[in-house]
Each structure stands twice: as structure tokens, then as C-alpha cells.
Design a protein around this ligand. Sequence first.
Ligand SMILES: [Zn+2]
Length: 68
Amino acid sequence: MAGNFYSVRCPDCENEQTVFGKAASAVACAVCGTTLAHPTGGDASFEGEVIETVERRDTGGELTDTGT
Ligand SMILES: [Zn+2]
């Protein structure tokens, strides 16, 4: 169902970028263009170091909005 997101560190410029775990196409670093993730048909294959796994939480779809 809902996929996870991963914080991946670019091996070239150390930019940290959030990448969808089931990326359907290659994901490039926004800073230097190095490919950070390759699609595999399932979970993507990451090039850089995965710093953090960000689990998507489905808690009823309600987000607490403190900004307004
Ligand atoms: Zn980079």
C-alpha cells in the first residue's frame, strides 16, 4: 500500500534528499544530478547512504495544522 520515503545522502555532494521508496523512475540529485535511486519494479535501489527511513503514517488523513 503506502510506500516509505527515505532520506538519501548524495555520494558526490552530500546533499540530503527525500526519495520515494518505490520510485518508478530514476531520481537524480537536485544539486549535482547524480542518480540517487534506480527503479527496480519494487523498492528502488539507492546509490547513496540512506540516512533515515520516513514511514508514511495513515492516521485518518488528518494533519494538524498549526500555521493558521
Ligand atoms: Zn549531489
